[in-house]
Design a protein around this ligand. Structure first.
Ligand SMILES: NC(=O)c1ccc[n+]([C@@H]2O[C@H](COP(=O)([O-])OP(=O)(O)OC[C@H]3O[C@@H](n4cnc5c(N)ncnc54)[C@H](OP(=O)(O)O)[C@@H]3O)[C@@H](O)[C@H]2O)c1
Length: 229
């Protein structure tokens, strides 16, 4: 059956690929972002999640909410200012909290609603220069489990923790051949991720195919968090 899915940050990277995939499956997709570069056949609404309030421009039920905005701010701990931690928390955690609050009444109108959030491999596995992003995404993982408990059985909540994926957000980390080769070498599967590797999991989790899955963190990371080869 066709569903109505809301994707915050469907104009780029993983969110764009997820929107494309779900649209091809015949679902109605409402994308919220600052830019309107969206897949054909999806609808766009302008939103900056850092703004004070979020006005939802429709009142039809929402069957799934995917929150994609995030950051990669990698610096030694001694170079990170308190402001860096606040900014990473604002976009990764508070933006998600604000959008879930804004769309909750419409999610509650659906018979089978679900939410998908994004963490990072750097929460499960300690990596140098990741203190700010791992602190913020650690909060996202806590939010995932707590919300899943609070919203059960009505709304499922899951989270995907990727390693390095080739998107505009990760552009600076994959900008030359040397960086790309070293990124491939770091992963047991000898590759960095592509947006579709993550989008397939997001599309599954948001759908009714995942109807018995909630409160989980899925490590889609080329084996980085769990294998030593
Ligand atoms: N790529 C990686 O290597 C990687 C690794 C680990 C985790 N992740 C996580 O995966 C998620 C998706 O990452 P990605 O690589 O696909 O990022 P991306 O290519 O930068 O896409 C992010 C999306 O969020 C939107 N967005 C950003 N700031 C926004 C704001 N203030 N208001 C509204 N929309 C905003 C962007 O649209 P506009 O610019 O049009 O607003 C864009 O559509 C993030 O949470 C990220 O932390 C990514």
């Amino acid at each position: 059956m066709n569903k109505h899915y809301v994707i915050i940050g469907g104009s780029s990277g993983i969110g764009f690929k997820t929107a494309e995939l779900l649209q091809l499956q015949g679902h109605q997709i409402s994308i919220f972002s600052r830019n309107n570069t969206i897949p054909t056949g999806t609808n766009h609404f302008t939103l900056n999640v850092l703004d004070e309030t979020i006005d939802v421009p429709f009142d039809q039920p929402v069957d799934g909410l995917i929150y994609c905005p995030g950051s990669i701010n990698l610096k030694p701990f001694s170079s990170l200012k308190l402001k860096d931690f606040e900014q990473d928390y604002a976009i990764n955690v508070l933006g998600g909290v604000k959008t879930i609050k804004a769309f909750l009444p419409l999610l509650k109108k659906s018979a089978s609603a679900s939410i998908v959030l994004f963490s990072t491999v750097a929460v499960q596995t300690g990596l140098p220069y990741h203190t700010s992003i791992s602190a913020a995404k650690g909060a996202v993982e806590g939010l995932t489990r707590s919300l899943a408990a609070e919203f059960a059985p009505k709304i499922r909540v899951n989270c995907i923790a990727p390693s390095l994926v080739e998107t505009p957000l990760a552009g600076r980390l994959l900008s030359n051949e040397r960086q790309q080769e070293s990124a491939k070498e770091r992963h047991p599967l000898k590759a960095f991720g592509q947006p579709e590797d993550i989008a397939e999991m997001a599309a599954f989790l948001i759908s009714e195919k995942a109807k018995w899955t909630t409160g989980q963190i899925f490590h889609i990371d080329g084996g980085l968090s769990s294998l030593k080869v």
